[in-house]
Design a binder for this molecule. Structure first.
Ligand SMILES: NC(=O)C1=CN([C@@H]2O[C@H](COP(=O)(O)OP(=O)(O)OC[C@H]3O[C@@H](n4cnc5c(N)ncnc54)[C@H](OP(=O)(O)O)[C@@H]3O)[C@@H](O)[C@H]2O)C=CC1
Ligand SMILES: O=C(O)[C@@H]1CCC=N1
Length: 271
């Protein structure tokens, strides 16, 4: 398969657009190689035109012409979508099908596509739109190394990519796919703290975001444990320990961890 296979993006909502923007704007995927389909093409017409990709209501035509099909509809819509595509023979040429639907297993996808359809389950996140994403891939049975490499090549320009066994996918969803929402709330809270202490709102948001970026980059770039890095910030009898103890009074660790646990539980039931 060539470097930029003909790609159908089915479901051009938040994630379909985020991945498409990452591919076209940030990684140079040729727009003419991408055809998107959505129930409401009018909603995303401006975005599709800005990206230079085709967008219509016709999922069958997009899939028939594609070498790779990226399914970006909500989990509840997948069954009918796949039934329609299968009945129309749109998957008969056996394109590589990559689904990003939360909670939707490879077994489900296999049961609702023609026999022998190569399947990959992927879990990306919205930072893929600016090439700072995290995507986890789990290949279906019978997917060749070359097909998995094709799926990986789709997401690698959008950030980090990791292969994991499918059994981890719900936890991945709760942590790295839902996670940006949790971090945005934490960032908002950090900024509110700055505002409470007199910083202008815009300054507080910038400080909170750059600090979070720096702290996350230290974990990724040094490979050191977050606790060791936290200890270095915490001067004895200084201000940081006072702030940490106030956060512990609010049970910050269990509140955040339970949020991931809850999102994981719900993700598991979405398919
Ligand atoms: N948002 C996120 O951060 C992440 C989402 N995901 C997964 O990505 C998928 C999409 O999520 P998200 O982008 O947030 O959802 P959106 O609702 O924003 O996008 C889905 C789009 O698909 C359309 N659609 C529904 N059925 C069809 C169909 N048969 N053919 C073509 N288009 C159709 C929807 O129309 P309508 O609105 O009318 O239903 C909607 O425009 C979900 O499965 C989700 O689990 C994975 C990782 C992160
Ligand atoms: O909230 C959701 O269901 C989707 C899946 C992970 C992120 N957003």
């Amino acid at each position: 398969m060539n470097q930029h296979p003909k790609l159908a993006i089915i479901g051009f909502g938040t994630m379909g657009q985020a991945i498409c923007a990452g591919l076209v704007e940030a990684s140079g995927y040729p727009a003419q190689q991408i055809q998107a389909a959505d129930c409401h093409p009018a909603h995303a017409k401006v975005r599709a035109e800005a990206l230079g990709i085709g967008l219509s209501k016709d999922a069958e035509a997009a899939v028939k012409a594609a070498e790779v099909v990226l399914l970006c509809v909500k989990p509840k819509d997948l069954k009918d979508l796949l039934a329609g595509l299968t009945a129309a023979g749109a998957l008969d040429h056996k394109p590589l099908v990559v689904s990003i639907a939360a909670g939707t297993t490879l077994a489900f996808l296999d049961a609702h596509t023609p026999e022998g359809t190569p399947l990959v389950r992927a879990m990306p996140n919205t930072p893929c739109s600016i090439r700072k994403g995290m995507t986890v891939l789990a290949p279906g049975k019978g997917v060749s190394e070359a097909q998995l490499a094709t799926a990986r090549a789709l997401f690698e320009p959008l950030g980090r990519v990791m292969d994991l066994d499918e059994k981890h996918m719900d936890a991945v969803t709760g942590l790295s796919a839902s996670g940006p929402a949790f971090v945005f709330v934490i960032l908002e809270s950090l900024a509110e703290g700055g505002v409470q202490c007199g910083l202008p709102r815009a300054v507080a948001v910038e400080l909170a975001a750059q600090m979070t970026l720096g702290a996350a980059s230290m974990v990724l770039e040094t490979g050191r444990h977050p606790a060791a890095l936290k200890d270095e910030v915490t001067t004895p009898a200084g201000c940081t320990i006072a702030g940490l103890l106030a956060l512990e009074d609010g049970r910050i660790r269990s509140v955040v961890a339970r949020g991931i646990e809850r999102a994981t539980q719900v993700a598991a039931g979405l398919g």
